[in-house]
Design a protein around this ligand. Structure first.
Ligand code: ATP
Ligand code: MG
Length: 478
């Protein structure tokens, strides 16, 4: 909904706008709030980032405003860019001198010269992002909207203010932004604008990966991320920036047998996860959980379609994807790898009898991420067969209950076997070797299989027995 004028009035009562207005009058300069803040205010949303455009020099104006607010440390000036940022209360206020931009084919960095407010609005990406409120005393609060962005806001449309072909060719990042805004706001992209993206999709290659990833992450963080991925695919951008995901698309049919469309399925899982968790890395896990299906796909008349080992192959594909998108390569990547690698385990459990030892092993392998894994697996149930879905979900309840019981009893989640390798070395006075590893693993397996309890004495006895079978005797009792 587009908010009424009262909301705008209240928002513009903020002291910051009164101060900017006063400075504008005293300096005989013009100032406007523009872009995201105006859009969000008209949508009735709160916004802490305020972009202010002034005629003439931006940093000089910002310094006057900072002085008026008695701000000393909270101002950062980027002299080269002609911008300045003030932090005040929870707000970040960015000042920029109105400018006119012109582009050259090889770069998305424009040549800049001083311009009018209209020039500045013309360089904005979308009609809904080009609206401004006057902060000048003579018409304070007046909406200046040369491209009828307010109508597009009503109609829920993303549209470029000028020729989309030129807009996207000039700065191809705007293609990602269009799709990101369509996803965040649940707006449609105007057909001409969409055609402009399709035509220029190849130009995305001149944009740095970091910027692409920023937008991709905003799509993934939205309420319904699938909107963005369908658009990325439709426009041709996905096959350039994320070919592995594009490859999930399609249904193959042999002898009347077809498999499901793994692209649709993946996006359904992603939306399911997004409904229940804001964790961006859990969302990435959903996006990548079946990523290896295309390369592990086989058909035989006996078994039909199979994707054997896709979870392990998928796990191995994660690092190259993370590297390409410049995503964090340590904890976050390992977490995503782990969830991709384990994503079938609870389903197997839910399909078969839930034995204590299988539950212990799952707890051991998933550790503290068990809750996230269960959420991913529940989200993975996208069968259109209601009966089947109910059965699976019912079984998952059982798995969850078992997980709880066994964790309470055996404390497997952060399990460290009660006897470690160093101790085995000491007990038998042997050098660190493969044998130590074998004995250590035997203890771990015995505990996970429920042969012995997770306690020191039981583990010690078990170790001595096991070692004896291998011809080893303890030299010390620790
Ligand atoms: P949000 O902050 O929620 O992502 P926003 O609209 O404030 O949304 P910013 O990236 O903060 O987006 O940019 C502020 C304003 O600057 C935009 O509203 C738009 O007018 C303009 N803008 C930003 N990036 C571009 C671009 N690549 N091309 C043209 N205009 C842009
Ligand atoms: Mg912003």
């Amino acid at each position: 909904m587009v908010a009424g004028h009262d909301d705008k009035g209240t928002v513009l009562n903020n002291r910051i706008f009164q101060v900017i207005s006063k400075v504008a009058a005293e300096e005989n300069r013009k100032a406007y709030v523009i872009g995201g803040f105006v859009r969000d205010t008209l949508l009735g949303k709160k916004c802490k980032d305020i972009d202010v455009v002034v005629l003439g020099n931006g940093p000089d104006f910002a310094r006057r405003v900072a002085a008026e607010l008695k701000i000393k440390k909270g101002i950062t000036v980027y002299e080269n860019f002609g911008t300045a940022m003030i932090r005040w209360r929870n707000y970040e206020i960015e000042f920029v001198g109105a400018r006119k931009e012109s582009y050259q084919p090889h770069s998305r960095k424009p040549l800049v010269e001083e311009g009018s407010l209209k020039d500045d609005q013309l360089r904005r990406d979308f009609t809904i992002n080009a609206m401004a409120f006057s902060l000048n005393p003579e018409d304070f609060g007046l909406l200046i909207d040369p491209f009828n962005g307010i109508q597009d806001l009503h109609d829920r449309i993303i549209r470029t203010p000028t020729n989309p072909d030129i807009t996207f060719s000039d700065d191809p990042l705007r293609m990602m932004r269009a799709i990101r805004f369509a996803t965040q706001l649940n707006f449609d992209i105007h057909p001409d604008t969409l055609a402009g993206i399709k035509k220029n999709c190849q130009r995305i290659e001149i944009v740095s990966m970091e910027r692409v990833t920023d937008e991709l992450n905003k799509i993934i963080a939205a309420n319904t991320p699938s909107i963005g991925f369908y658009l990325l695919s439709e426009t041709g951008l996905l096959s350039i920036i994320f070919p592995e995901l594009e490859a999930l698309k399609g249904v193959e049919n042999i002898e009347g047998h077809s498999h499901k469309d793994n692209f649709r399925h993946t996006l359904e899982v992603l939306d399911n996860v997004a409904r229940r968790s804001d964790n961006i890395w859990l969302r990435w896990s959903a996006l990548l959980h079946d990523i290896a299906k295309p390369i592990t796909k086989r058909y035989t008349p006996q078994t039909g379609w199979t994707f054997h080992g896709h979870e392990f192959v998928g796990q191995k594909m994660v690092p190259s994807i993370f590297k390409r998108f410049r995503l964090p390569l340590h904890d976050k990547m390992r977490y995503v790898q782990k969830l991709v690698g384990l994503h079938l385990r609870p389903i197997v459990l839910a399909k078969e009898e839930v034995t204590d030892s299988a539950v212990r092993r799952l707890l051991f392998d998933a550790g503290n991420d068990i809750e996230d894994l269960m959420l991913l697996c529940e989200a993975d149930i996208t069968s259109k067969n209601q009966k089947l879905r109910e059965i699976y979900l019912e079984n998952f309840k059982l798995v969850r209950q078992k997980l709880k019981e066994i964790e309470e009893k055996d404390r497997i989640r952060n399990f460290q076997p009660p006897i470690d390798g160093n101790e085995i070395v000491r007990i038998f006075n042997i050098p660190p070797s493969k044998l130590v590893g074998i004995l250590k693993n035997a203890i771990k397996d015995a505990i996970l299989d429920g042969i012995i309890p997770n306690e020191y004495d039981a583990a010690y006895e078990f170790l001595i027995r096991k070692a004896e079978e291998m011809g080893l005797k303890p030299t010390v009792r620790t």
